[in-house]
Design a protein around this ligand. Structure first.
Ligand code: ADP
Ligand code: MG
Ligand code: MG
Length: 254
């Protein structure tokens, strides 16, 4: 059992107009095998939370903490975070020219485990994971993210998730730009990773659609840089019916 804990997290970003506070006291506890959905209107700071957990240099932690089984995540480099068991699928994944998916996956696996995977079992694992995600074999020989469609990027993220076996995954808008079939395949991949490895999932999404396929244990509604309300899966159903207007009105009055 592992636990990812975020305590009273305040984060700001440097802009041309100066320092802009974005996260204003975020608290969240994510255990192994749990799925927490972070939902909220555009601009509420959801991606900022994901980037901060990932260690993106643009985001400054002003106060508060993030720990993984008591270890200070904020003190870790991006690589150390991955080795500690954090997986961050970013909203806009970068292209890596000249590096094939196959090489990228093996390099990442080697970096995370501290040793190269045994080649026969590794090839089998990659094939199985790709089959599960209905990915064509030739995909492994393409350069990472080069000319990937939206759906291919998402499948590639989930492929990494299945093969790298992290303790916690932060999935930011994994549902955006997917048709229903791709959404189902990607969701099945997340659910499979959870069943097989007790993965804890932080699922960041604007829309409730993906929550039909990945059932959250907890839902946190994010407004204006902090959690405005939390609850169980029923909260997502209510958001589907009512949207975020209610929270925004309250935020305006504050
Ligand atoms: P969400 O993912 O919920 O839509 P974001 O975390 O992307 O929200 O953004 C929250 C707020 O912070 C927005 O007002 C956005 O414009 C601002 N912001 C986020 N990142 C940056 C950045 N790198 N530079 C300037 N402003 C940013
Ligand atoms: Mg976002
Ligand atoms: Mg919760």
């Amino acid at each position: 059992m592992s636990v990812l804990e975020i305590r009273d997290l305040h984060v700001s970003v440097e802009t041309d107009q100066g320092t802009k506070p974005i996260l204003r006291g975020v608290d969240l506890t994510l255990n192994s095998n749990e799925t927490h959905a972070i939902m909220g209107p555009n601009g509420s700071g959801k991606s900022t939370l994901a980037y901060t957990i990932a260690g993106h240099p643009k985001y400054t932690v002003d106060s508060g903490s993030i720990t993984l089984d008591g270890e200070d995540v904020l003190e870790m480099s991006v690589d150390e975070r991955a080795r500690a068991g954090l997986f961050l699928a970013m909203q806009y994944p970068v292209e890596i020219p000249g590096v094939t998916v196959s090489n990228f996956l093996r390099t990442a696996k080697t970096a995370i485990d501290g040793e190269a995977p045994a080649i026969r079992t590794w090839i089998k694992e990659v094939r199985t994971a790709m089959d599960n995600l209905r990915m064509d074999k030739v995909f492994a020989e393409r350069n990472v993210n080069e000319g990937f469609s939206g759906g291919e990027k998402k499948r590639h993220e989930i492929l990494q998730l299945e093969l790298l076996k992290p303790k916690f995954a932060v999935l930011d808008e994994t549902d955006s730009g997917l048709d229903v079939d791709a959404l189902k395949i990607v969701s099945e991949g997340v659910n499979r990773a959870q069943e097989n490895t007790d993965l804890g999932v932080l699922l960041i999404t604007h829309y409730t659609r993906i929550l039909r396929y990945i059932k959250p244990d907890h839902v946190h509604v994010f407004v204006n840089g902090k959690v405005a309300e939390q609850g169980g899966p029923e909260l997502a159903d209510r958001l589907e019916d009512e949207g975020y207007d209610r929270y925004l009105q309250t935020a305006d009055q504050a």
